[in-house]
Design a protein around this ligand. Sequence first.
Ligand code: MN
Length: 277
Amino acid sequence: MKKREIINKVRGKRAIDGAGVKLVRVLGNETIESYDPFLMLDSFDSTDPNDYTAGFPMHPHRGIETVTYLIDGRIDHKDSLGNSGVIGGGECQWMTAGSGIMHEEMPKSSEKMLGFQLWLNLPAKEKMCEPAYHALERDSIPKVSDNGAEVAVISGNYKDMQGFEPEHIKATILDVNLPKGQKFDLEMKGDTVFVFLISGDAVIGEERIAEKTAVLFGEGDFISVTAPEDGSSRFIYYCADTLKESVAWGGPIVMNTQDELREAFRELRNGTFIKTK
Ligand code: MN
């Protein structure tokens, strides 16, 4: 049993997106290869509704899946498939943009908004698949107590608990809560394994790592994370196999070639972008 060691840490940059939402872009253009197939990770953490209520009005996506998970807060959304609903605390939206979707994501004023949006790449042969939408409500996300940790299984399988089963990249995503001083080992097979410290610092190896850092691990069988003696630690765990395909990224659309990107923007201009009703 080999322990996975840290090979990269990234804290991201403050960014403004949508109609003026303040967020921290943790993963993005500069981390495409090292975090493959995870393209983007935006972190939301605010107690000031002015930071986020401008929201993300109607906009397109193609070639990716977006995974939005809230610990606190509320996001109203609707899309061109005719779906509409609310993502609340402890809930997740798994949206497959595939060949194309238009949607709006509007965070509503709340005491605290804490969560993330992840962009998961689609394999080349599945980029133009039919769009799909999954609302993972609070009760559909199983929770397991394991070695002193509370683990919510957002997707994949952990300790015989089955979360959402992705149809494309088979990503495992876990929300792990550690009480202070608690050590936690997590064993899993997969090419790309990283954690995002969403709340509280954590000790990994001999190193104390600050809240809101993404930590990428190298090859091995398991990771080991310990909450510091002076505070609990909550992190999101992500695991998937790499795609190793070329990436052509233009804002909300991520394809494999510049030609495909140009075609997508041409279709947006002439009104043929959406392939399904
Ligand atoms: Mn979006």
